[in-house]
Design a protein around this ligand. Sequence first.
Ligand SMILES: C[S@@+](CC[C@H](N)C(=O)[O-])C[C@H]1O[C@@H](n2cnc3c(N)ncnc32)[C@H](O)[C@@H]1O
Length: 218
Amino acid sequence: MTDQTWTAVDDYLAGALLAPDPVLDTALADADAAGLPHIAVAPNQGKLLNLLARMAGARTILEIGTLGGYSTIWLARALPAGGKLVTCEYEPKHAEVAKANLARAGFGEDVAEIRVGAALDTLPTLTGPFDFVFIDADKANLANYVRASLALSRPGTTIVVDNVVRQGRVADPDSDDVNVRGAREMFALLAAEDRLDATAIQTVGGKGYDGFVLALVR
Ligand SMILES: C[S@@+](CC[C@H](N)C(=O)[O-])C[C@H]1O[C@@H](n2cnc3c(N)ncnc32)[C@H](O)[C@@H]1O
């Protein structure tokens, strides 16, 4: 099994299950043209987020880590009429690209609001509770983001945390990689925090080998 196989299967699955989507394709193309890194979720992962938010009946969604707004569009599309999404992004340039992409997707700031700044500064200024949270920013702060998300949650809130397997390195207790340490600190928090019930799943695909946490607030 190789990355090539994973990519081919991802392409097959997306071709089989996801309708052509010029709005999302343009969002990725514009992010690319603006020089943003290629670290958005894959199309089938975006659809997973969309399905999970709809299954949760989310009317309020919080995202930490916007980039060009690709996952943001998938999540905003899960909202019912009158729903609201807030997404936190550190880089003003990323936020600008995301704002344009969201507008093209039909989401103004009244529905999808971008808070620019370090998420640990902007999160305390938000008013919860959020029904669904997607954490996808810097990995060193994963535990802090889970704590901040809990403070903005209610019993029943769904929390998804991306990129927590780090190509398998998360299992290495001696790793000095700041992202691995961030993920391990978050897992220790999940294990100790009575208000959270969580699992984690390894994934392979066009984005390589990684995984995500799925947690429910008690
Ligand atoms: C993996 S990308 C997000 C991808 C996006 N969720 C998607 O799938 O389309 C991570 C983003 O988090 C942002 N970020 C990094 N550190 C941050 C911080 N301290 N506060 C807020 N955003 C941050 C980065 O600038 C980057 O745009």
